[in-house]
Write a protein that binds this ligand. Structure first.
Ligand SMILES: NC(=O)C1=CN([C@@H]2O[C@H](COP(=O)(O)OP(=O)(O)OC[C@H]3O[C@@H](n4cnc5c(N)ncnc54)[C@H](OP(=O)(O)O)[C@@H]3O)[C@@H](O)[C@H]2O)C=CC1
Ligand SMILES: CC(=O)[C@@H](O)[C@H](O)COP(=O)(O)O
Ligand SMILES: [Mn+2]
Length: 390
């Protein structure tokens, strides 16, 4: 029986994870669930999965959760705050951690799981983008197992040899091909993007996801973050990572080999497939996802991405090539700009402009520990906010 901690259990990935876990009560027990503000939803999850711990963001939310749990006679212990997230993610009783908090807020607990040698199921791509080498070093030093949950990286992981040891040349890898849907605005004229609303931006054509990642898909910053994520996961340089628009999201990514073979992982766009793969690795279990019916899909299309239409993708490649603090700055500025867009403070096409100005202004430096990473993250956030205000 594996004991699982689900960080971000009330979010889109968290809910899909619990759906898979519920299908296999003989294999998995829930050790801890965490949320930020959605206390009622978390209480319902506690009622169903009876975890040892539940974590929320504030003391007030913790009191509210305790009352709800008492009403239902549930004995789950309630904790709150960032330190509690790290404690449950690194607790001795926990075997595997689903890292599914959105954004930089997920880094400390994901890193704590890495340091503690857990099986880390990584959905929280921002954590890896921000901390890169530090995160990989933590995994390697503790002997933790890092399993990519992001659909593209999970697909690549499945297309690489089992014995892949982070040396692409040794395994005959020519290129990693990340597929991208192109988001909801792929076929709109550029000018019409000035006035798109947050609700239009989060209406992803193929995936049901949280609001932040949905906006990232619309700008293709999601793919940019994924290029950086692929660099760290598979130890491939920017030049070896290609992005290909594939509007159907049926091929989740591919690996092109030196002998001309291209291996692809395919499936219906449902995150329960990569989640089930991560939970059961190296075995396979039922995820609840229907088998792919290619006759129904009929067509698979491919288009090369246009940096003019998707400047965020170009910014992300540039940040990866610059290295050091550049990806941390890119991520922080993007989080601020996306939130400002969702709050109606800036237009959709301002997102890339804010990030470009921040990338231009801040000096690039080495970030050797977590404190330096968060200092840089805060600096980029402050400058982004200043640019948005003026
Ligand atoms: N959704 C998807 O299909 C995919 C997501 N990912 C990645 O997975 C991660 C999660 O995405 P998704 O599930 O869509 O996001 P959601 O917004 O749906 O969920 C986010 C989760 O994080 C919690 N949370 C938010 N802010 C904080 C905070 N400050 N401290 C602690 N917990 C917090 C939320 O709690 P509450 O509900 O209480 O606010 C919620 O449980 C992201 O990094 C995303 O890029 C990757 C691939 C696919
Ligand atoms: C499901 C998943 O992994 C998302 O990251 C998804 O890939 C977003 O789709 P885009 O290809 O539009 O970014
Ligand atoms: Mn993805």
């Amino acid at each position: 029986m594996q004991k699982i901690c689900v960080l971000g259990s009330t979010g889109s990935i968290g809910v899909s994870t619990l759906d898979v876990i519920a299908r296999h009560p003989e294999l998995y027990a829930v050790f801890a669930l965490t949320a930020h503000t959605q206390v009622r939803k978390l209480a319902e999850q506690c009622a169903q999965f009876n975890p040892s711990f539940a974590v929320v963001g504030t003391a007030l939310a913790a009191t509210e959760l305790q009352l709800l749990l008492r009403e239902k006679n549930i004995t789950t212990e309630v904790l709150y705050g960032p330190q509690a997230l790290c404690e449950v993610a690194s607790a001795t009783e926990c075997d595997a951690v689903m890292a599914a908090i959105v954004g930089a807020a997920g880094l400390p607990a994901s890193l704590a799981a890495a340091h503690a040698g857990k099986k880390v199921l990584l959905a929280n791509k921002e954590a890896l983008v921000m901390s890169g080498q530090l995160f990989i070093d933590a995994i390697q030093a503790s002997g933790a197992t890092l399993l990519p949950i992001d659909s593209e990286h999970n697909a690549i992981f499945q297309c690489l040899p089992q014995a892949y040891d982070r040396r692409p040349q040794q395994h005959g890898v020519h290129k990693i091909i990340l597929t991208a849907s192109g988001g909801p605005f792929l076929n709109r004229t550029l000018d019409s993007l000035d006035n798109v609303t947050p609700n239009e931006a989060v209406a992803h054509p193929n995936w049901v996801m949280g609001r932040k990642i949905s906006v990232d898909s619309a700008t293709m910053m999601n793919k940019g973050l994924e290029v950086i994520e692929a660099h760290w996961l598979f130890n491939a340089p920017a030049e070896q990572i290609e992005v290909l628009i594939h509007p159907q999201s049926v091929i989740h990514s591919m690996v092109s080999y030196l002998d001309g073979s291209v291996l692809a992982q395919m499936g219906n766009p449902d995150m329960r497939t990569p989640i089930a793969y991560g939970l059961a690795y190296p075995k396979r279990i039922n995820s609840g996802v229907a088998p792919l019916d290619l006759a129904k899909v009929m067509q698979l299309n491919f288009i090369a991405p246009d940096f003019k239409r998707f400047p965020c993708l170009e910014l992300a490649y540039a940040a990866l090539k610059t290295g050091r603090s550049a990806p941390t700055i890119l991520n922080a500025s993007n989080e601020i700009a996306v939130q400002a867009f969702l709050d109606g403070k800036i237009g959709f096409r301002m997102i890339d402009q804010v990030i470009a100005r921040v990338m231009d202004k801040l000096s690039i430096r080495e970030l050797s520990d977590i404190d330096a990473i968060f200092e840089c993250d805060q600096e980029a956030r402050a400058l982004s906010l200043e640019i948005i205000r003026t």
